[in-house]
Design a binder for this molecule. Structure first.
Ligand code: DC
Length: 227
């Protein structure tokens, strides 16, 4: 059976995950937060005490079980939501996500999930590498200030200590690392729809993407009438 996929890429804090979650719910699709997978890898590496700079130190991924239930990531049966949002994880995840063996393993896992489920997947390389044949690709971005403001609000709602100006610096630093890494950098796919959401409310963005996706699956005017 053909599975459908909506790919949402963009830089940190563009609101991808909130929007992806809303659209997935409306479509009854599985939401896959690939950033959470890179974060969980970083978290586990810190717990195991491995050298985060060493691309060969991530062999433990072979014995790691990652699963999503209702959009929530579980690693080896443990819920990851809060643990992977710590500043320690945020500050190291870009380096971990730049390691080729880490990317290869996580991309394979993401592709495997999308074979068995209709998915809304968000990340940095979904439209370019993970799901190059996605039904619709969105490249979502917003100004650095707006992204920092959103991340600040998200942190506050999760009870995580947060400093707006520090977030601006961190977002700039991560943008730099994510878009200049050699292997699978953050890049807009040629056939992706570009969306600047700086002046849009998150619900407006979700509605717009939902409508575009519905139109790709069943173009307006092509509905068949019975009889
Ligand atoms: O979306 P996020 O902030 O939770 O992502 C965490 C990090 O993971 C970010 O620095 C970029 C990286 N990432 C990636 O390289 N490729 C993806 N598909 C998703 C995230």
């Amino acid at each position: 059976m053909k599975r459908h996929a909506l790919a949402i890429d963009g830089p940190a804090g563009a609101g991808k995950s909130s929007v992806a979650k809303m659209v997935a719910k409306r479509l009854h699709y599985t939401y896959i937060d690939t950033g959470a997978m890179y974060r969980a890898t970083t978290y586990k590496a810190i717990v195991l005490g491995v050298d985060l700079q060493d691309p060969e130190a991530f062999g433990f991924l072979d014995d790691t079980m990652m699963e999503f239930h209702d959009g929530i990531l579980f690693v080896d049966g443990e819920e990851m939501t809060q643990k992977i949002r710590s500043n320690q994880v945020s500050n190291h995840v870009s380096v971990v996500a730049s390691h080729i063996p880490v990317r290869n393993k996580l991309v394979l896992l993401q592709q495997k999930i999308s074979k068995n489920h209709n998915v809304v997947m968000d990340g940095r390389d979904i439209g370019t590498v993970v799901l190059p044949h996605a039904d619709l690709k969105i490249f979502m971005t917003a100004s650095v200030e707006e992204r920092a403001r959103r991340r600040h609000e998200e942190n506050q709602s999760l009870g995580i200590p947060s400093d707006y100006h520090q977030l601006i610096d961190e977002i700039k630093r991560r943008d730099q690392i994510d878009s200049t890494r050699i292997y699978n950098p953050l890049r807009q796919a040629e056939d992706a729809v570009f969306l600047d959401t700086s002046d849009m409310d998150i619900h407006e963005v979700a509605d717009k993407i939902y409508e575009m996706f519905a139109n790709v699956l069943q173009p307006k005017g092509s509905e068949r009438t019975n009889g």
